[in-house]
Write a protein that binds this ligand. Sequence first.
Ligand code: SF4
Ligand code: SF4
Length: 187
Amino acid sequence: MAKKLGFLVNSERCIGCHACEMACKNEYQLDPSIRWRKVYPLKEEGFPLPERNFMSLACNHCEQPECVRVCPVKAYTKREDGIVIQNHDRCIGCKMCIMACPYGVPQFNERYKKVEKCHMCAQRQDRGEKPVCVASCPMEALSVIDLNSFNEYGTVKSLPGFPDPSITKPTTRFVNPKMGVQIRRDR
Ligand code: SF4
Ligand code: SF4
């Protein structure tokens, strides 16, 4: 059976150090304004500790990717293992994918006038290696899962602030951060 690869983001473990973002930028020598992976604080309505609760996001390698559907030059392909690849050489910079992706993933590179995004380090995975974001996390907060065999118990498809997953069926799964014990210092 073909794989269905996705990222598992353990927000209970993430400490917001941005190591994943930086490893990705370094590996692919991304321009200063471009980040294929971004670490966000979780919404304070649901998680009132902005210094403690984060989600680390990149492309969600969706099951029904809008980027693939709208690109007029077929620059996007979804591999058999589920990874969504964008072919930089085919891209004409029309930004249709930027408008279509609910997650703000594709980013426009002003220098090349083309769009780029995370490819889950497909070439590294083809060599049996982990994506650099996964390999660099000191907390092991990121991993790659195969949704065919992954036991989703204890995980969720969305966290507060994450767009509605019903549109493109992202393959990213999250472990919800647990609320910490309140330590009272006034007694
Ligand atoms: S990675 Fe790991 S990953 Fe990214 S911010 Fe969280 S703790 Fe850091
Ligand atoms: S997150 Fe956006 S860019 Fe990534 S596969 Fe889904 S629709 Fe495409």
